[in-house]
Structure formats: C-alpha cells, structure tokens
Design a protein around this ligand. Sequence first.
Ligand code: SAH
Length: 258
Amino acid sequence: MTGDRGPGKVHLVGTGPGAPDLLTVRAARLLREGDVALYDNLVSQEILALLPEATRKVYVGKRRSRHALPQEDINRLMIDLAREGARVLRLKGGDPFVFGRGGEEAEALAAAGIAFEVVPGITAAVGVAASACIPLTHRALAQSCTFVTGNLQDGTMNLDWPLLARTRQTIAVYMGLKGLPVLCAKLIEYGRSPETPAAIVQQGTTPQERTVVGSLATLPAMAEAAGLRAPTLILIGEVVALRDVLAPGASGHATAAS
Ligand code: SAH
C-alpha cells in the first residue's frame, strides 16, 4: 500500500469525549496523515469528518455488537496493515489508556514488533467534569478521584465497596448506566450517605449533552425517568454540589427534562 514510505506504524489516538475542538493538536495533525483509520462507536461523526477523503475508514464497532470485530481481529488488522507499510490510526474515544483496551492493543503491537505510539486524549471523566462544572477534586471536599467501570458481570458489580464508600473522594463511573441502581445501593449499604450528591451526564461535551443531578438516593429513578442512554458518565461526591454555585441556572434537574 505505502511500501515506498518504509515500514508502517500504528498510532493509538485518543480522540477525546466528543467535541472536535477537544482533540489535542497532535491528534488533529495525525488525523490528516493516516492511510487508514480504524474507529468505533465512541468516535464522533464530527471527528471522523476531519479525516481526509483519501483515508480508508474501517468501522471496527463496539464489542457486543453483531457487526463488531472481535478484539483479536482488530489486533490482527492493525498488525497486517502496518506490515504492509500503512500509517494506521486506531481512533479511540477519550484516552486510549483509560477503559479503552489501548493497553491490550499496545501489548499485541509490541508482541508483533510493530512500531506504535500512544496519543493521549481527554478522558470522559475530565471532559464531562469541565462541561458540567463539577470539579473532580477540591481542597475542602475531595482529596482524590477514583475512575471505575460499572460494567456488570452476571448482574453483580464487583467493585471495592469499602474503599469507594469513603468520604472526601469523588468517584467517576464509566459504563455505569445499567448498573446505576446497584451502584448507588451498594455505596449506601457500605456507609456513604444517601444524600451524597451525584450526577449523570450523557454525551458530555457534545451539543447533545444532557445532565441529571440528584443524590445517591434519588439518581437511579431520575436517570430512568429522563430516559438517558449510553454513553454516560456518573460523578459521585460532595463536589457535585458545586455545580449549583459554578453554573447557576444549569441545575441539571431542568436540562434533564428538556
Ligand atoms: N477511553 C474512553 C472510555 C471508553 S469506555 C475515555 O477515556 O473516555 C466508554 C465509556 O466512556 C462510556 O460507556 C461512558 O461511560 C464514557 N464516555 C465516553 N465518552 C463520553 C461522553 N462524551 N459523555 C459521557 N460519557 C462518556
């Protein structure tokens, strides 16, 4: 394909939470330079539109979809294309190394002896926090912020509940919509106050952003009533209450209904 340009290379590119102007300058440059782009559901249309017409675009889907390629096939495709000499862009929503399987893909490339580079992106928790005016840490309210995935396995959520129930920390939950009722119930069961402020943000940083704000006790029912759909990011902790101060009028109770 591009053998005259020497051996190929794979860039694992984080494309951020959705807004095209939240791409890094490096990612934006690389988008113009690839021969082939492998992308999945989280990469927004606006960002795909930045790819030149000549760039081959391959949808590799998300894992459970019928049309998706299994992870091993994605790895194989990246390796084969790079061996043919292509400059391969593996586009990933947010940051490649945060719940994005970038680690697994990098392992496969390293094992195959393929040159690769990881380009960081703004991860969903960081993008959503800024967009929803919810600081992730705060000297008075949260000394730490923990990123967890709420992916349910066999109907249970296997998280370190005693750790997560501690106060003075923020929890950012990826892939947590389905498990939201279990998540909130477990945190309350392990001692976090039911009044702890909590927010869920759908498609943060995009024009479709929707935010619902409540508490551990109220958020599951509110999210269901609002009919939220993935991708959503859940933020839990006292910092969520700062939204009322930092973005008065954008309470989330109102935007959820609109
Ligand atoms: N690598 C990505 C995460 C991939 S896992 C990153 O760093 O952001 C996919 C999950 O990310 C989604 O289920 C959702 O929980 C979250 N997510 C990604 N983009 C989002 C967005 N714009 N708004 C809200 N949540 C988002």
